[in-house]
Design a protein around this ligand. Structure first.
Ligand code: KE4
Length: 446
């Protein structure tokens, strides 16, 4: 038995499915997960000392590659002073100042410990602020695993065939209206059917949890108009896209005039001036923790001031604003400001996309490779993918064979057809060149 096999056998005795998060279990691609003992740059080192080029990047946080020396040093410095104080600390203030500066729609921000907490808290805040109960989400979008949002959810819920999780009371589910993404008529109908009742609409502005799907031109702007018209708050869940695609996330691309399926970004990005496009609340996570547990939600001050201890909406967390996570996140954000890597990351993403498109064209294999910046996914279908229904047209069996053909050759893609892939600045050079060779060979093999 390999080391990973031995570890997995032990893990399955003690941890449900042997994993602490379902999507890691390889259930939809087959086979057993490998265990990782180290990660540096673009590479994972497995428990059996295999080196893999990593396109999961711990599901988004590792935009600078794994174990970046600057982030490691920041954690080490913070660690000298202790791990957690349970009191306000200077790092929290610096993190809040950075987020507010980089994301102009955020006037105030509250730190928490995961993307799930961020979206769950933002929903509660929207309900408390508007005194309305209903929310709108979109099929295939995944916003973490809080009850109100595990309805027609993406990511692991979709991967494992339970987009509507057991254990969510019907009374909760009734308050969640689920619409198709990219469908303006469905939005009109939902607001007409629920006049004055919708507290908020929560959306992944670019979907990364049903594979990668970008909005039609004008769709997000329409969403902003219709929510404003009905006194409904617009929540951008940028847990994945925040700081991934632009210093101000997708809303930064919108304000630079580049966020639609037809106009992916390519020019260098700079922090925005006051935004013509602004969601009311934004959820963040992943990158802002530099690889440590983190979440955040923020937006209009008049809404955020409804949070305890100022207002009636309660939200809390023992480790919220943890100094180690803040120090790691601050160094990750400062590195992004210094490097401004977004144009380079988009070039790497295009290189990977073009390699897969060319190989599939040669083989006569239908494929869609939506890509923007350092996010991409691969759907084996000839149907353009623009929502949950068309994402399901991707051939998951071919994806499974493709996934293993790549893994056998040292390239690790997300172990599900319903996830996004991620690139880091560490992929530049040898890693992306090798990966394109492997992807090309893998297409030939499947
Ligand atoms: P966490 O609670 O996992 O930190 O964040 C939940 C979340 C919220 N919003 C968006 C847009 C997200 O993508 C996520 C989490 N993303 C998944 C990957 N698709 C996390 C991986 C996992 O569940 O293990």
């Amino acid at each position: 038995m390999t080391q990973s096999e031995k570890l997995f056998a032990r893990a399955k005795e003690l941890i449900p499915g042997g994993v602490n998060s379902p999507v890691r279990a390889f259930r939809s691609v087959g086979g057993a997960p490998f265990f990782v003992k180290a990660a540096h740059g673009a590479t994972l080192t497995t428990a059996d000392d295999r080196e893999l080029i990593d396109f999961v990047c711990t599901w988004g946080p590792a935009i600078h590659g794994h174990n970046h020396p600057r982030i490691k040093a920041a954690i080490a410095t913070a660690l000298e002073a202790g791990t957690s104080f349970g009191t306000p600390n200077p790092y929290e203030v610096e993190m809040a100042e950075l987020i507010v500066r980089f994301v102009p729609s955020i006037q105030k921000v509250r730190m928490c410990n995961s993307g799930t907490e961020a979206t769950m808290s933002a929903i509660r805040l929207a309900r408390g602020f508007t005194r309305r109960d209903k929310i709108i989400k979109f099929s295939g979008c995944y916003h973490g695993h809080s009850d109100s949002l595990l309805i027609k959810a993406g990511s692991g819920a979709l991967t494992h065939g339970n987009p509507d999780s057991a254990g969510v009371p019907a009374s909760f589910a009734r308050e969640t209206v689920v619409l198709p993404y990219n469908d303006r008529a469905a939005l009109d109908a939902a607001f007409a059917a629920n006049p004055g009742e919708i507290a908020c609409v929560i959306i992944e502005p670019y979907c990364g949890n049903v594979g990668f799907i970008m909005p039609d031109a004008g769709y997000l702007q329409y969403l902003r108009e219709i929510t404003a018209k009905h006194g409904t708050l617009l929540i951008f869940d940028e847990v994945m896209t925040g700081f991934r695609l632009h210093l101000a996330g997708v809303q930064g691309l919108l304000n630079a005039g580049r966020a639609s399926a037809t106009t992916p970004n390519s020019e260098p990005q700079t922090p925005n001036s006051p935004p013509p496009f602004a969601p009311d609340l934004t959820c963040l996570g992943k990158i802002i923790g530099g690889g440590l547990p983190v979440g955040a939600f923020g937006g209009r001050a008049d809404i955020m001031d409804h949070l305890a201890p100022l207002g009636p909406v309660y939200q809390a967390g023992t480790l919220s604003g943890n100094p180690l996570a803040m120090a790691a996140g601050i160094s990750a954000l400062r590195l992004l400001e210094e490097l401004n890597p977004y144009a380079r990351l988009d070039q790497l993403g295009r290189q990977l996309r073009d390699a897969v498109l060319a190989a599939c064209r040669t083989k006569g294999l239908p494929v869609q490779v939506p890509q923007s910046g350092s996010m991409f996914s691969i759907f084996f279908t000839d149907t353009p993918v623009r929502d949950y229904a068309t994402a399901l047209k991707g051939d998951a069996k071919i994806f499974g064979r493709f996934f293993h053909a790549c893994l056998d050759r040292g390239v690790y893609l997300a172990p599900s057809a319903y996830e996004a892939g991620f690139l880091s600045t560490a992929h530049e050079g040898a890693a992306i060149a090798r990966a394109c060779e492997v992807l090309t060979t893998a297409v030939r093999e499947i």
